[in-house]
Design a protein around this ligand. Structure first.
Ligand code: ZN
Ligand code: ZN
Length: 345
């Protein structure tokens, strides 16, 4: 079967690998349908690492996928052959201290699909996953939406960790990529009234407007603090950073009100941020870190199935699996007004 592997910095090769033949009793074989190209995949493609997570070549990235069940392990009862499934890429051990305390997403033995040193990814035709990682969505959504569900769950989780901001609070999001837009969609689905977007790329800012951002600010041509305060009529209760940029953190601390929350979702290119401690301490800002997601898949499925969110709004490009390198180059270079690129198999 076909697979696409990273073979060096900004290098990717189409290879022929063996289709998985063995299933443990609790595992399923999945025929991949759609794969989303994620910002984190692109970090591995461009830099060969994210923080301490370093790629050993050749390696297959990819963790946002949907597919159809092609074979069942002997103990699997909750799925049937042909079922369309959303794949939760995070495989936890179930018995460590983190798992036992309701934090499987920070499991000490966590294995994540397409994460170096853990599990090979899903840029291929078939993968094997535990049945417990598969959510059946047969009549709830199509295969493309099912692959978009994983990034959306991160938006759902970020909003939950922020304490589900009340509809009349003031919220800003930095970064209108797939995660920033997912946060916006979740807040809109919750009837949140005052969510604005700060984003330097015009086409992304426009997309945020289409999805329903209350105000939009371009941090390059406008003074962020003045523009946000004017547009929103005051300072922010909550700021979500989905950009991973130092400047966004600087601006966020300026536009937050005392007692506000800064929610860090984006992955910075280096492992460090500098915080203006004078501002942060005086305003007594709460900083919340978001590690992927925990337990938000079912809520995300409900929001999509009930048509409260339309995840396809963020998709701009489609590629065949054999053209994966073109998709990665496009996303890495922010070319051709790309937001979310999808690969179909
Ligand atoms: Zn992702
Ligand atoms: Zn564990």
């Amino acid at each position: 079967m076909l697979a696409v592997k990273l073979t060096g910095i900004e290098q990717m090769e189409l290879v022929d690998i063996e289709k998985p033949a063995h299933l443990a009793p609790d595992e399923v074989l999945i025929r991949i349908k759609y794969i989303g190209v994620c910002g984190s995949d692109v970090h591995y493609y461009n830099e060969g690492k994210i923080g301490s997570q370093v790629v050993e070549y050749p390696f297959m990235v990819g963790h946002e996928c949907s597919g159809k069940i092609a074979a069942l392990g002997s103990n699997v009862r909750n799925l049937e052959i042909g079922d369309l499934v959303v794949v939760d890429p995070s495989v936890h051990c179930g018995h460590c201290e983190q798992c036992m305390s309701g934090r499987p997403h920070t499991c000490m033995n966590n294995k994540f699909l397409g994460c170096p040193g853990q599990l090979e990814g899903c840029l291929t035709e078939y993968i094997v996953m535990p049945a417990a990682s598969c959510f059946q969505v047969n009549d709830k959504m199509d295969a493309e939406e099912a692959a978009l569900l994983e990034p959306f769950t991160i938006g759902v989780y970020a909003v939950k960790l922020a304490g589900n901001p009340a509809p009349d609070t003031k919220v800003a999001i930095f970064g209108a990529g797939p995660i920033g837009l997912s946060i916006l969609m979740k807040l809109k689905a919750d009837q949140h009234l005052q969510t604005g977007m700060v984003e330097p790329l015009g086409y992304r800012l426009e997309k945020a407007g289409e999805i329903g951002a209350s105000w939009m600010v371009d941090p390059v041509s406008e003074d962020v603090k003045t523009a946000v305060e004017e547009a929103a009529g005051g300072l922010m209760d909550v700021v979500f950073d989905a950009s991973g940029e130092q400047e966004a953190i600087d601006h966020a601390l300026e536009i937050l009100k005392p007692g506000g929350k800064l929610v860090l979702v984006g992955i910075p290119p280096s492992a460090q941020y500098v915080f203006n401690m004078d501002l942060m301490r005086r305003k007594e800002i709460t900083v919340i870190n978001v590690r992927r997601q925990n337990g938000c898949t079912e809520e995300a499925i409900k929001l999509v199935a009930s048509r409260k969110v339309n995840l396809k709004q963020m998709v701009t490009h489609y590629f065949q699996l054999r053209k994966a390198a073109v998709a990665f180059d496009m996303v890495a270079g922010y070319r051709d007004d790309v937001i979310k690129a999808m690969i179909f198999v």
